[in-house]
Design a protein around this ligand. Structure first.
Ligand SMILES: [Zn+2]
Ligand SMILES: [Zn+2]
Length: 369
């Protein structure tokens, strides 16, 4: 058995400290810049390298805390942002049943997506949102406009590559006659024809966007319909909590890394079907490959709002709220965890920050209507 590198709790930063040099030596210039950037940010997070933030206590004590990296791949950062996002979205929920619509890419397309993330994720968002709103607008189904909040997730619980988008959709549509509910409360639009339509849209979109890439996919891969899962999720609050976990978060919570050695990394996860707790151990380099494949292209917007939920449709959304008698939005934002004084335990107040340099520019804002 190999010796653990330290008695400190295993963390993502410790994994990178142990295994990044070998990863860098093995893959060199083939490592995409966003992966280098994420690695640097994670290794520098809360170290004196990034600088210090100073706080003052009423008891007179002044204390410094190391600056956090703020990178969205860092599992030590982003918790508060994620809670804030959830609170904002929950405040905007409409008093109707919600539906969760999930589009998943077939296995035959994973290599294409991984090698061309920016283009493919964009097409996936664009075409799935268009497929869903086209179906909703069809008088055979709802015959009106829908609103959607989509969140891109690329991982399975054990870190494999599995790109999919979850859309949270208020169950109904806005028409000239008012709000129309689906005939069957469990079926927003029919899943099977939607899956076929989605595949056809993606095929046309990829062909137009990059003909060479389009030709790299064997034609038999296009024969299968794409997987669309639609389900009624009730008030939407629980489903919003579920998607909120992915908004500012990375593929792996800090607590899930359980051991790091010179050779390997062990992490725990919960099996989706059985609910069983499982542990996976992989070589350190393999862990970094698994983890980094989920780092999104820089500035990529993982959350997108469409239809009357988009930032441009504020007035329509307000009109819909009054039509559905939703009342005024009551927003209660979560409080930030106080920084406490080491001498007396009281909450301290911010004094000033001394940043040496940022690990990355401020993140591209996800428009939150
Ligand atoms: Zn960080
Ligand atoms: Zn104090």
């Amino acid at each position: 058995m190999s010796a653990l590198i330290s008695t400190a709790p295993p963390s993502l930063a410790a994994v990178f400290a142990q295994h990044w040099p070998a990863y860098l030596a093995a893959h060199g210039t083939r490592i995409p810049p966003q992966h280098r950037h994420a690695a640097r940010a994670i290794m520098q997070c809360r170290t004196p390298e990034l600088g210090s933030v100073f706080y003052r206590c009423d008891c007179g004590k002044v204390e410094a805390r190391p600056v956090s990296c703020g990178h969205r791949a860092c599992n030590g950062c982003g918790q508060h942002k994620s809670m804030e996002w959830e609170a904002r979205q929950k405040a905007r929920l409409l008093p109707v049943p919600y539906h969760m619509v999930t589009f998943t890419i077939p296995a035959e397309f994973r290599a294409l997506f991984r090698a061309n993330q920016e283009l493919c994720y964009d097409l996936l968002f664009r075409e799935s949102a268009a497929a869903l709103s086209t179906f909703a607008a069809d008088p055979q189904h709802l015959g009106g406009d829908i609103g959607m909040t989509g969140v891109l997730q690329t991982w399975t619980r054990d870190l494999r590559y599995h790109p999919h988008i979850h859309y949270l959709v208020p169950g109904g549509a806005l028409t000239d006659k008012g709000w129309i509910r689906p005939k069957d409360p469990d079926i927003l639009v029919p899943a099977k024809p939607l899956a076929v339509h989605m595949r056809n849209r993606m095929r046309a979109a990829l062909k137009e966007a990059d003909f060479k890439l389009y030709l790299s996919i064997p034609s038999k891969a296009w024969k299968k319909p794409w997987n669309c899962d639609l389900r009624n999720v009730g008030s939407g609050a629980k489903a919003m909590e579920y998607v909120a976990r992915y908004v500012q978060k990375t593929a792996l919570d800090a607590a899930r890394i359980i051991a790091i050695s010179e050779q390997s990394v062990s992490y725990k996860w919960t099996h989706r079907e059985s609910g069983e707790a499982r542990t996976t151990s992989v070589k350190g380099m393999e862990f970094l490959r698994l983890f980094l494949q989920h780092v999104l292209p820089r500035g990529f917007r993982r959350v997108r709002h469409y239809g009357y939920l988009s930032a441009a449709a504020k007035e329509r959304y307000e009109r819909l709220r009054s039509l559905l008698k939703a009342g005024a939005i009551v927003l209660i934002l979560p409080e930030k965890t106080a920084v406490c004084c080491s001498a007396c335990g009281c909450a301290m107040t911010f004094l000033h920050a001394l940043r040496h340099h940022r690990a990355r520019p401020p993140p591209a804002a996800e428009p939150t209507p």
